[in-house]
Each structure stands twice: as structure tokens, then as C-alpha cells.
Ligand binder design. Structure first.
Ligand code: AG3
Length: 279
């Protein structure tokens, strides 16, 4: 039997992926979690029916939510990830030798547990074996309220602004992130599709600009997300993502990246006009 899963990207358009097996399906206190096997994208995790990661294209998202900030900040020692319970962002952060500690604050313990069980290529750094990683199962807002002036980089690795992630797109949350960052801190947040989510982007970037002096959008091509054209918000207290970017450190990095590189770092900040109009 053919089982095709469709995520609707608008009222009239969606992406359809052929699946072969359901590995896990269950409901946590916060959301519906499904992990399925697909023919072309490897294992795929869905939250409330929305594609969060697939094994085949997650490297793009996780390269791009981590490396641009970590190669712009001159000495990122302490990094916080809010959300990101699959562990892909933490895996990439661990490739930076100057990072002493990465904290994962994920609201839904079931996402962490099932990622460790079914998505080991992403969750290898969060399975308890890495002394540079700490896990907190907690609401990101509550966590940063108690952590002032502590982090060099904060990554908001969230779902779309529906369900438990709504608060992660609001000005009040960005103020808390600002306070949880050190004086030269950088925040990156996934910022949806410029093609489909203009309204979300307008409100999100408006909220970010109310708090951070430097706010720039950058883009990545992620095949399984709505339209494939995806974006991230770079928000910062003093460092500029292209002017202060350490090109040589990125070029001479001692690890491989399949998407990110020192040329693409600059290119990613160049936006088509319709996307620039959203921010
Ligand atoms: N964050 C999910 C981005 C949103 C995808 N949206 C959608 N499919 N409608 C991914 C978390 C990966 N660590």
C-alpha cells in the first residue's frame, strides 16, 4: 500500500512525501509527535503535522542556524538553544572548539526522548554522553528569565508560531533574550518563509528591531519547508554579520560542512526584493 503524507503549506498547496513506516506516534502534554520513515528523505519528524526535520535535508537548517553566528562572534564560549529538541543544532555547535558549554532548553521532553531513540544522527550530542552539553526540559521563557547576562549566543530553534512556540515570536521574549545575552551577544531565530509568511515576518522583525540595534535576515534553501525558501533572523548587540564576520576562521575551520561555507556566509544575507520588503 502507498502511504503519502501531505503537509499543507497554504489553503491550496502542500508538500507530499511517500512514507514506508511509522516509527513513533504519540501525544505529549504540548503537541502531537510523529516520526516516520520516508523513501527519499530518510526519517522525518513532525510536530502537530508540520515537518520539523528530515534526515536528508536537516544539515541545511542546522548548518545555517548555528555557523553564521558562531563564526561572527569572536569567542563564543557559552551557547543556549531554545527548542531544538532533535539535537541537530547542538551537534553543529559542538564542532566549534571554543564553545565550552551548550545548554539545550526544550519544553517537550518527549521530543528529546524520541529523537535520541529514532534520530541518532541528530541527537548524538544530547544523549548524555557529552560533558559540554546540558539539557533542561523547561519553557524557554521561564529559563531565560533566571539567566541574565550569561550567554554569548542564543539560538531560537522553534516551530512555526502556533502552539507552544507562539511566545517565542513576541517582543517581550526578545527583551528577555537580550538580557540573557552578554554585552556582545548574538541571537539567531528561525524566521519562516519569506514567500508564504510575510505577515509573520513583518511582525517578528518589527519586534526584534524594537529590542536589538542590529537585525538582519538571511536565507537558506530547505527543500521540505514551505516554498523551500527559508530564513533566519540575525539579531545582535554589537557584531554585524558580514562586517564583523571572521572569514579566515570560517575558511580554516577544522570540520566539514555540506551547506555552509565562508562564501555562502556573505551571500546568505543578500535578499530578493520581496523578502527585503518583509523586514
Ligand atoms: N524548526 C522548524 C521550522 C518550521 C518548519 N515549518 C513547517 N514545516 N511548516 C525545525 C527544528 C529543527 N531543529
Amino acid at each position: 500500500m502507498d502511504l503519502w503524507y501531505t503537509e499543507k503549506h497554504s489553503d491550496n498547496v502542500g508538500i507530499t512525501i511517500k512514507t514506508t513506516k511509522t516509527l513513533f506516534s504519540g501525544k505529549s502534554q504540548y503537541q502531537q509527535l510523529d516520526i516516520v520513515e520516508t523513501l527519499e528523505f530518510g526519517r522525518m519528524m513532525l510536530l502537530d503535522g508540520l515537518v520539523m526535520v528530515t534526515e536528508r535535508d536537516e544539515f541545511i537548517y542546522h548548518d545555517m542556524i548555528t555557523h553564521p553566528a558562531l563564526f561572527t562572534h569572536p569567542n563564543p564560549k557559552k551557547v543556549l538553544v531554545i527548542g531544538g529538541g532533535d539535537g541537530g543544532s547542538i551537534r553543529e555547535i559542538m564542532k566549534h572548539p571554543e564553545v565550552e558549554l551548550a545548554v539545550l532548553c526544550e519544553i517537550d521532553g518527549l521530543v528529546i526522548e524520541k529523537s535520541i531513540e529514532y534520530l541518532p544522527t541528530m541527537a548524538s550530542a544530547i544523549n548524555g554522553s557529552n560533558p559540554r552539553v546540558k539539557l533542561h526540559v523547561d519553557d524557554g521563557l521561564a529559563y531565560i528569565r533566571d539567566h541574565q547576562n550569561e550567554f554569548d549566543v542564543i539560538l531560537v530553534d522553534s516551530t512555526d508560531p502556533i502552539g507552544p512556540a507562539v511566545g517565542l515570536f513576541e517582543e517581550n521574549f526578545y527583551r528577555l533574550v537580550f538580557s540573557a545575552l552578554k554585552d556582545d551577544g548574538i541571537m539567531i531565530a528561525q524566521s519562516e518563509s519569506p514567500f508564504y509568511h510575510a505577515d509573520i515576518q513583518k511582525s517578528m522583525y518589527h519586534n526584534l528591531r524594537a529590542v536589538f540595534p542590529i537585525v538582519e535576515m538571511y536565507q537558506a534553501f530547505i527543500p521540505t519547508y514551505p516554498s523551500g525558501f527559508w530564513s533566519f533572523a540575525f539579531s545582535s548587540k554589537i557584531y554585524h554579520p558580514t562586517k564583523d564576520f571572521d572569514h579566515d576562521r570560517a575558511k580554516n575551520r577544522n570540520f566539514k560542512t555540506r551547506y555552509y561555507n565562508e562564501e555562502l556566509h556573505r551571500g546568505a544575507f543578500m535578499l530578493p526584493t520581496f523578502a527585503r520588503d518583509n523586514i
